[in-house]
Write a protein that binds this ligand. Sequence first.
Ligand code: AMP
Length: 275
Amino acid sequence: MIISQPMAPSLYSVRMRASLHGQHLAGAERIVDEAAVIEASSALVARAMDASHSPADEIHCRVERIETTEVVYQRLPDVSTYQVDDWQQGRLAAAWLLANAGIQKDIATRAVELLADGAGPDGAVMRGAVLMDAKTGARLEGDPSRGVRVSRMDLVPENRQFIEQLMLSKELGHHRILEALVLAGKVLSAPGIVAELCWSDDPSYITGYVADSQNGYQRISELKQTGDMSGGRVFFVDLSKTSIAELVEYLEGRVILFNACGMISPPEKWLSDDE
Ligand code: AMP
């Protein structure tokens, strides 16, 4: 008699992107067990229809099975939080943290200004991230309107509840923080990445971060004023360590699941004299 081995449950990537009047409005994704596909899809669609902003007029939801052999497991980056006095100090702190990660100060400052001015054509917010040469500051992404969109990453389904509870206990419970941490974790593990700068284009969300592999995910309490629609992401790339094709293939295609938290430090006041 042949007894078949129990198969590991299939994993699915569930992706949502929503637009309003032809403009990108929201995007999010999850990687879940087969049994959670319907719940995850409806939660993502509900987010696009959220009454706190204008509901989307077009929503695309895509569900794809993932081969479990493709999955790479990692630990989330360490998390620290800097409280700044205002957004101006926050932007100086961001440039300082980028310089600390090895980016020349003028390139770091230029990246901060780029997000403030709008990195897309005509100063629009991009749908994805800018790729910036860490040594020269040159833009490397093929499409300056779309940029590069990082995809196919999430928490391991079995550990999600534990990690969410832990983040909640450190007052980091909002799904926005965990999603950004997961994204930053994947970005930092990509070939040739030196650092990342991010703040949201959501006018009500003013906290952003700088991430690098030495110091992890460093939140900065204010990187813009409430009401400011600017935002975006810049990934700084060391071209001596990767090619654009290899990097983009990793960011878009490689499946990364995070199974544990890094160290989470309590918030501290930003005190660098070298602002
Ligand atoms: P959010 O934190 O979702 O408000 O996103 C802030 C900015 O980051 C957006 O305006 C995009 O420019 C960029 N972005 C959002 N999602 C991604 C992604 N998956 N990959 C790369 N860049 C992204």
